[in-house]
Design a protein around this ligand. Sequence first.
Ligand code: ATP
Length: 370
Amino acid sequence: GTQPMTDQTAPAVEVRNLSKHYGDFVALKNVNVTIAAGEYFVLLGPSGGGKTTLLRTIGGFHKPTKGEILLHGKSVGHLPPDKRPTTMVFQAYALFPHMTVTQNVGYGLKVAGLPKDQIVEKVDYALEQVGLSQFTHRKPHELSGGQQQRVQLARAIVLDRDILLLDEPLAALDAQLRKDMCLELKHLQEKVGITFIHVTHNQEEAMTVADRIALIANGDLVEFGKARDIYRAPEKSFTASFVGENNMLKGRVAEANGSSVTVDVAGSKLTVDKRGLNVTDGQEVNLSIRSECVALDRVNGTNAPADGLSILGTYDESVYLGLTTSHMARLPDGTEMVSRVISDTDDTLPEANAPVRLSWKPGDIRLHVE
Ligand code: ATP
């Protein structure tokens, strides 16, 4: 059919208490997430975390073990993939090789028995939306990978499928093309306005396209938010480690009163905002600091600075990466810390094992209890 299948005012997707087991293996544990209509939502996480399982369960290719999925407010537990308002965009472009672009896009409408003039109108509109009006007579093998993807998107548009499921859509592309296509996908989604749910393990890709990112690992939806919030203010240690480059320091709470906490780390007492978290004296906690927020300086003498915002270590080595240089130092407990700075023309470095101070600003260190 070509009528909208469901209520357009409800969230596009509501996943409630969803678990998925494969035999004894738990691929998803009690996942809850709500995705707004028109949102570009990314599932990001390490390989094997459960991203594809979640996407395919939303699309109806897997049955949930527990829990419920609502699409535009309607429970879809019983519906097969083709009766859902979703379309899966496959990495191996699932187009009919012998049909033209126009025929590929119109195929579903033809099967549904729509009159020819309506098919032409809908297909023209969809191809214009995705910028393929110039390519109507080409066959799939005469199109680039990105153009083939746009044909798939046009197919979803003509069928009024307004939730697009994309599983690693750019994985097959080389790095430069991947960057270009990323932005193109984002612009397409903004123009067409349908909901995109995009699975990737590539954080740069996720940050480029997403309105919101959900981090998934070990079957858990660990955390979600805008790219900026996930980067600047990660709640969980996992998020801090997985996104961007972070220093993760293990410590023990020495004192937790008022709005800040003092944490013992490798013989130094560090001060960190409590962020309303519940911590008690002696508790083991993690502290994260982005490597670009750490300054590394040579020091004379070995007394640990007592400002709570720095720690002493010994210089290890530096890696020049063009735009940036990573300077590495070792703390007394063996932890390595990285200070990443914009590369300087002055390339004199400390001698190996020279005492150095690693320091940061108060807002740049974060406390994590899990
Ligand atoms: P990737 O990025 O590698 O695709 P992913 O986050 O998408 O990873 P899933 O494909 O959802 O992860 O898989 C999650 C876990 O479930 C993996 O450990 C995988 O081996 C397991 N799994 C997936 N499908 C099945 C299946 N049909 N039977 C048994 N185990 C499965």
